[in-house]
Design a binder for this molecule. Structure first.
Ligand SMILES: NC(=O)c1ccc[n+]([C@@H]2O[C@H](COP(=O)([O-])OP(=O)(O)OC[C@H]3O[C@@H](n4cnc5c(N)ncnc54)[C@H](OP(=O)(O)O)[C@@H]3O)[C@@H](O)[C@H]2O)c1
Length: 336
């Protein structure tokens, strides 16, 4: 089968950083797995982060990236899926990624694709929706019926986009997001944000100018070390903050949260698959809920750019945009 991968972690400007490969088609060997024919994949910051760190020394076997997929089930060891089912999923970071024509995935983390979407549209949703849902409803445990305030730092990326939609459609939250360029501001407006402020300027005074002394919840979809002081000033006493981006060892000082007794939570979308948690199937339930929301046209896909085919050249182009931190919504690749 065709695939794209790497033998060594290299800068994206190096043509060998991602290369076209011909690999054996994988075969079912676990009672939970599905064999999926990959139709479209979305690219996420995790792809370039793994690419840059996973193989400091050259490896004899290639590493495959790609953790946002839509496709068709070819074979299933699990009776709840059958050949021909259209599915979407983020997958498991401890297993090979899906930048390949065929892919094995644990069925417990796979959802049925919304039938009103194309494969390209569907691929834009799984990883970011799972992150957004788990952040909002599991980590922050937002109270859906209360008119509280949510600040999202980084509103225009894939996660911020779908979080805004979920918060606006499923809760009574007032949603303040950050964006700094005309095109990212416009994109955030389309996702439904109530207010858009600029993360390159003083976040605290901008929130206060909107009439809020404190906010009830903060989702930090950027390095929290850069924003911890603002978080400490803006979070309501006993409020909750959730961070999804890794920090360097010793980089983060949470002293600004101390006097507020604020909770700092972590969200990692791969935790369930990585540790095979007893509630792993909850990711299937979340994806099926997302599917229903899309079918009812409550949630809309966040595709902003489509590249075809899925090959090394196009993946290098997508990684380059993401590495610059300028991506808006999702970049999706389709076809081999
Ligand atoms: N823990 C998890 O499970 C999980 C899951 C998904 C993603 N993540 C992480 O979350 C982060 C966001 O990912 P993503 O896919 O949503 O989007 P992304 O592609 O990283 O976001 C791009 C956006 O970031 C904004 N941005 C750049 N610098 C910023 C800053 N200093 N402060 C705030 N915003 C800034 C830019 O907005 P402007 O152009 O308007 O400046 C740009 O539109 C990544 O680091 C990713 O690895 C973690």
């Amino acid at each position: 089968m065709k695939a794209v991968g790497l033998y060594k972690s290299l800068a994206i400007t190096d043509a060998a950083s991602l290369i076209n490969l011909e690999l054996p088609k994988p075969e079912l060997n676990s009672e939970n797995d599905l064999l999926v024919k990959v139709e479209a994949i979305a690219v996420n910051p995790v792809d370039y982060k793994v690419r840059l760190s996973i193989l400091p020394e050259a490896s004899a076997t290639p590493k495959l990236l790609g953790w946002d997929v839509s496709g068709i089930v070819i074979a299933s060891a699990n009776p709840s899926f059958k050949a021909g089912d259209k599915v979407f999923y983020a997958g498991d970071i401890t297993r090979p990624g899906a930048n390949s024509e065929y892919h094995l995935v644990d069925s417990r983390i796979v959802g049925h694709m919304p039938d009103n979407l194309s494969f390209v549209q569907a691929a834009s949703l799984p990883l970011t929706s799972l992150t957004a849902w788990e952040s909002l409803f599991e980590r922050l445990q937002v109270e859906k019926d209360k008119e509280k305030t949510l600040l999202i730092i980084n509103g225009a990326g894939g996660v911020g986009s779908i979080t805004t939609q979920l918060a606006k459609h499923l809760t009574k939250l007032k949603v303040i997001v950050t964006a700094s360029r005309p095109e990212s501001i416009e994109w955030c407006r389309k996702q439904g944000a109530d207010y858009i402020i600029n993360h390159r300027e003083d976040i605290v005074s901008q929130v206060r100018n909107l009439g809020y002394e404190f906010v009830d919840y903060i989702l930090v979809y950027s390095n929290i070390s850069d924003h911890i002081k603002a978080c400490g000033e803006l979070i309501v006493p006993f409020g909750k903050i959730c961070s999804i981006v890794e920090t360097k060892t010793g980089e983060l000082d949470i002293t600004p949260l101390k006097t507020k007794s604020a909770a700092l939570l972590q969200e990692f979308m791969f935790t369930r698959a990585m540790y095979k948690t007893s509630d792993m199937i909850e990711q299937q339930n979340i994806l099926n809920n997302i599917s229903k929301l899309v079918q009812k046209q409550i949630i809309t896909p966040t595709v902003n750019e489509i590249l075809t085919p899925i090959n090394a050249e196009n993946l290098r182009q997508a990684h380059e945009v993401l590495e610059k931190g300028q991506s808006i919504g999702k970049i999706v690749l389709t076809g081999f």
